[in-house]
Design a protein around this ligand. Structure first.
Ligand code: NAP
Length: 178
């Protein structure tokens, strides 16, 4: 089974997007001059799994931001819903978190980037997240899509390090407590 890894940004009040999915509060000009470690993170990743909610936003990005295979989890999307330009880069499947990881493992993935609020929450509940890099943007947006939600139990992490950047972004790294 591959391990799951989270690299995600939230507002100070814990949202990953506005209610309509907007990320305007997150993508700031001052971040362009800062290295938040994404390139180092993604280098060690073999595949990406995200929910339909995240895919609906990212599918419009041009150029396509990923050079690793992307698996989109959805109960309703089909292969025909994937734009032509992404057909060889994205697959869509209706799989449980465990089945999604097993599927990616069969394809040779060892480290999987897990992205999207609901998807991260479901993978956390299943114990499939080994570590998380959380970047906190110093803004309250009041309402939006939450990164975290019901867990069903306490899930303990070890805090490895935190770094702050001139823009005010604070990044913390956590690994699952064994
Ligand atoms: N701040 C950041 O760093 C960051 C990072 C990533 C995403 N985002 C933002 O977060 C928003 C999306 O988050 P989200 O919590 O709404 O959504 P999400 O986790 O990306 O997607 C949720 C959807 O994925 C499908 N899904 C989830 N688990 C599934 C499973 N096991 N099997 C089948 N389908 C499954 C369901 O869609 P169906 O209805 O199709 O079944 C569900 O509604 C977007 O606006 C995105 O831009 C922000």
């Amino acid at each position: 089974m591959p391990t799951g890894h989270v690299f995600i940004a939230t507002s100070l009040d814990g949202f990953i997007a506005r209610k309509d999915g907007a990320l305007d509060w997150l993508i700031l000009p001052e971040h362009a001059t800062e290295d938040h470690g994404y390139a180092r993170f993604i280098k060690d990743i073999d595949a990406i799994v995200m929910g339909r909610g995240s895919f609906e936003i990212v599918k419009a990005f041009d150029p396509w931001p990923y050079d690793k295979p992307v698996l989109v989890l959805s109960h309703r999307l089909a292969r025909a819903d994937i734009p032509d330009r992404l057909q060889d880069k994205v697959t869509v499947a209706n799989l449980t978190p465990q089945a999604a990881m097993a599927h990616l493992g069969q394809q040779g993935a060892r480290r999987v980037y897990v992205d999207g609020g609901q998807v991260v929450q479901s993978f956390l509940r299943e114990g499939l997240i080994a570590d998380m890099v959380l970047s906190r943007i110093p803004v309250l947006i009041g309402e939006g899509i939450s990164l975290f939600g019901a867990t069903g139990r306490d899930i303990h992490f070890v805090h490895e390090a935190s770094d702050s950047f001139p823009s005010g972004l604070v990044q913390s790294r956590y690994r699952l407590k064994s």
